[in-house]
Design a binder for this molecule. Structure first.
Ligand code: BDP
Length: 461
């Protein structure tokens, strides 16, 4: 420690652009179990002709003398299929599928899987019971499409953070309901849990409202060669095990993201991501896997292993300041380079501009609301060139302004939100809203009435 610091002086350094709050951020629940109990349930779903398939696997702890009864109930609480034992397949003729927001009515259709255990133990007979919401849907990826229930799906949504005034990262139901209200208002059908797993309640809301999730683990800031060691890789795999175990049964989760902006052009990143992605696929063969890159397409060593290319770029923000006229060319080149190299669908997983609410400037200058709008407009022109070809999504950075460490680059936090930290809209929010509803109407609902229909059906309006 240089001599201009007091002896023993310590400051924790973090290598990411959000605030590292301390303390308990979510509810802590204590619960008891019977001697023999249902420890875990894994559900995967499929569709065969007009029947839905629900495959279940149940793990029971501390007991060998037990019976399991499984029942699937529809939204009206009518039993539509039943089974027994630790694993099996339930067939639901004429199943109601789980569809993303705007592809069907709200709320999204959920069945309930009831699992009832009865066991003989040394202390006598015991029973255990669990209900799991189940959405029947399929996810698949082709060379150029992301398919949900066999239909091309276009992610038009946001990246978020668990962050707000007063509460910081602390879980807050009113805030969650407000955020969902804004997502529905916006016509957003997806978000990425940048850059860590979110509270389980968030995913439960996504299941209910059909908001599709790219579920990201906390591997952010893997930027130094030593971050790609075997120790780090093994730890990373354990973290993916925890994430998959926790979130595997959410129909809203359609893809795992194993990292955000790692130094994936390092030689050692190739083996590292091959191993982490292969491991994640083995844990859950039912979902595609990605990581979010900002490396050059020609240098990226991890990209060969992902199912979908998720690429971040900040044209006319972190370089070519003010030169909005370059965006379309640069974005088009970015997409073409990635696609010709990998022939995989691409999501623009971040783009945006720092914007101080209430700053106005004509002609648009950086940090003004006009600049954010103009930058988005240029991106949208570039995205529209490739949408429907092989670009399968766009996620704005960021849903709302959020707190970061203090640095000379940040004015009271990161201001790339289309909403302020208090969830008030900047001009860009209206622009994005027009766009998302237009995309929804073009691609899902051919009838222009879709916007009002969906808003009327919204549980929050
Ligand atoms: C991206 C990061 C994100 C940052 C954003 C930004 O993924 O965490 O907050 O840039 O600079 O590189 O605003």
């Amino acid at each position: 420690m240089p001599s201009w610091y007091p002896k023993g002086y310590f400051v924790q350094n973090t290598d990411f652009d959000f605030f590292n709050y301390a303390g308990l951020q979510r509810s802590v629940l204590l619960y008891t179990t019977p001697t023999t109990y249902i420890d875990d349930i894994t559900v995967t779903t499929g569709v065969q002709q007009d029947s839905g398939l629900v495959n279940y696997q149940i793990s029971v702890k501390r007991g060998s003398q037990f019976e399991l009864e499984v029942r699937l109930l529809d939204a009206e609480n009518k039993v539509v299929a039943a089974g027994t034992g630790t694993q099996g397949q339930l067939k639901v003729p004429g199943a109601n599928l789980w569809w993303p927001y705007l592809m069907h009515e709200l709320p999204a259709y959920l069945y309930s899987l009831e699992v009832r255990l009865t066991a003989q133990t040394s202390v006598g007979p015991v029973s255990d019971f669990y209900t799991l919401p189940v959405g029947i849907r399929t996810v698949a990826v082709t060379e150029s499409q992301f398919l949900i229930n066999g239909k091309p799906f276009y992610f038009h949504g946001v990246n978020k953070h668990e962050d707000s005034d007063i509460r910081g990262k602390g879980f807050d139901w009113p805030l969650l309901v407000k955020d969902f209200n804004l997502l529905l208002w916006l016509g957003a059908n997806a978000f990425r849990t940048s850059h860590y797993p979110y509270a389980e309640e968030v995913l439960q809301m996504c299941d209910r409202y059909g908001i599709v999730v790219i579920d990201e683990c906390p591997a952010v800031g893997l930027v130094l060669p030593q971050h790609f060691s075997n120790t780090s890789m093994n730890h990373h795999m354990r973290v993916m095990e925890e994430l998959v175990r926790r979130d595997k049964n959410h129909p809203a989760v359609v893809m795992w993201s194993v990292a955000n902006e790692p130094a994936s052009s390092l030689e050692s990143a190739g083996y590292y991501f091959k191993m982490v992605i292969t491991h994640t696929k083995a844990l859950d063969p039912s979902r595609p896997v990605t990581f979010v890159t900002n490396s050059n397409y020609a240098a990226d060593k991890g990209a060969p292993y992902v199912d979908v290319i998720c690429v971040n770029s900040y044209y006319s923000w972190y370089h070519d300041y003010g030169h909005l006229e370059l965006i379309q060319l640069q974005l088009g080149t970015q997409f073409e380079n990635w696609y010709k190299t990998y022939h995989k669908p691409i999501i623009q997983s971040e783009y945006g501009a720092e914007t101080i609410v209430g700053f106005h400037q004509d002609p648009p200058l950086m940090f003004s609301e006009e600049y954010q709008k103009a930058l988005l407009e240029q991106y949208h022109l570039g995205l529209d060139e490739k949408r429907g070809k092989y670009v399968v999504g766009e996620l704005i950075w960021n849903f709302a302004d959020f707190m970061t460490n203090q640095t000379p680059q940040r004015v009271l936090g990161n201001k790339k939100g289309i909403f302020t930290r208090q969830r008030q809209p900047k001009a860009a929010a209206f622009l994005l809203r027009e766009r998302y509803w237009k995309i929804a109407n073009e691609t899902r609902y051919p009838h222009s009435a879709a916007k009002s229909q969906c808003l009327e059906n919204s549980p929050f309006t």
